[in-house]
Every structure is written in structure tokens, then in C-alpha cells.
Design a protein around this ligand. Sequence first.
Ligand code: GDP
Length: 325
Amino acid sequence: MTDDPRHAVDTAPEPPAARKGFFSKVKRALFMTHTEILENLGNAVKKGLGIDETVLETLEETLLSADVGAETAAALTEAVRQRADRSERKDLAALRSMLLAEIEEILAGAPRAPDERRDEALHVLFLVGVNGTGKTTTTAKLAAREKAAGRTVLLAAADTFRAGAIDQLQTWADRLGLDVVRHREGADPSAVLYDALSAAKARGVRTLLVDTAGRLHTKKNLMDELAKMRRVAGREVPGAPHETLLVLDATTGVNGLEQAKRFVDAAGATGVVLTKLDGSARGGIVLAIYRALKLPVIYVGVGEAIDDLVPFDPSEYARALLGDE
Ligand code: GDP
């Protein structure tokens, strides 16, 4: 089996049928954003005279409410203004294709998921982020993918502070037929990690997924705790954690990105999982993430079920957001 070149955790490329399914899932998840953008622009174009100032203002406002971020909204609007000045066609279809071209340009320059093949015996992956974003659920979804790819998987319930997080992970693990290394609630997360690393090494496990805390109940600083966990992992397994995925909730929008930066700086996040895209009209946040965090989006969460995790594909994203009509 070959490794998926887009992401170190994946193996075989998705078969065509599965990829089509993924595209439709992303498209469904982006439906609210997609509809809102096109409706607003359609109404503005109808009212105005082609792509005039009113339309451009509406474009900027619409991009802002889709959460692409203020700077990106301004830059995209200016770029479309320039394209419109040079273009004969000033209808909605023209506006859409100008915007699509600009978004594709941003995506082309966006940070890429690591494409090196993983050859380490044990791949250690941390999931970090604030509570409620979907860390535990995403841990389970990733575990299911790993298992389906034929790898042995172990889970570490290192979110020892959120009530119910350990049992939640255990429930998923039971369904998947996987083991969880767990301590009691409130236990030292680094101690859980240490035990999980030892168990993973002893059993020859290929992938260790570590669900971490989003908030600590002690006076301890979360970022210090995550830094400590990184040191523990690196001491026990060379190069670990090999990946640290920052889980972000699309419904929180750009306001969450300031806080997210701390996870990049202090917790060493290497990529983003964007969850709850299915419940949000803020699908533009992918663009804001690139600008603010300089991290690739690796997966998007499109629902609560175990298979509602989609490997992120920038060109599919652009098409689902604006094109493909
Ligand atoms: P944690 O505190 O970060 O571990 O968050 P949880 O994994 O407990 O998730 C919080 C809630 O978000 C749960 O009800 C999940 O079912 C839900 N959730 C997680 N990911 C998604 C997603 O992609 N879409 C939707 N609609 N809900 C999600």
C-alpha cells in the first residue's frame, strides 16, 4: 500500500468513487456559504449596472460574512475590481469566475500539507485545540481512517480535564475495536502520554493518536503542559510528535484565530483540522487560516459520524465554494 502523498497519516489514495463522495460531502458542507455568497452577489448584480461599486461593496461584505478575514476580503475585492475593469463581461457568471480565479490563486500559494512519506515505525500524532472544537471526535475519526488503512492504532486519552472526555474516547474506541490508554479524570496528561508511548512501543503499534486537553483545571498553563508533552514524546520516540493537528471549529469563525495562534507558537501545530463545516456559513475561514496561521488545512469535519472527516483538497474547496455550476 502506498502512502497518500498529501498527508503523512494517510495511506492509499482514495478510490475515485470515494473521492467523488468526499467532494459531494465538502460541497454539501459548504452549501450555506456557497448559497449566501452567490445569492448576495446575484441580487447586487441585478440591481446595479454590471460590476459597479455597489456590487463590489456587496462582494466585500459577503466575503467578510463568509469569514475569509478582513485583509483577504479587501484584497480579493480589489483584485476583482481590476479584473472587472479589464473585462467586457460584467454579469454574475463573469463575477463568479473572476472571484474563483482569485481564490484559486490564493490557494495555489497556500501552505501545503507535508508530502514526505512516513517511514518511522511509530507515528505519534497530537490533537490540540480549545474545548468543544471536536478534538475527541476527530481523534476517533482519524483512528477509523488509520485502521481502515491497515495500520495498528492506539489511543491516548490525555484530555484528562474535560468531564467525560475519557469515556467519550473509550466509547468510540470500543466501537472501533481499539485500545485506549487512560488514567482517571484529572490525572497528569504527561503521565498518560508516557504510558501510551510505552505501550505503543511495546506492542509495535504504528500510529498513536493523542487527544489532549483544551483547558486545564489547575493553575498550570495549558501551553506549558503541551510543551511538556512534546518533550516527553520526543524523549521516548525520535521525532515525536510527528504531527500536531490543531482542531478549529468553523462555526467560531475568525474570532477564534487569535487564540489559535498560541497553539501554533507554543504547541507547534503543523496543520489544521477544520470541524463543523457542515453547520456553518463561514466556509471562507479556510482562507483566513492560511493568512493568519500559515498552516495547511489537512482535513475538514463535515458531520458527527465516524466517516465525516474529509481530506482537504484546495481545488475541490474552491469549486465547492463558487464554481461547478
Ligand atoms: P472536544 O472538546 O474538542 O474534544 O470536542 P468534541 O469532540 O467533544 O466535540 C464537541 C461536539 O462537536 C460534539 O457534539 C461533536 O459531535 C461535535 N462535532 C465534532 N466534529 C464535528 C463536525 O465536523 N461536524 C459537526 N456537525 N459536529 C461535530
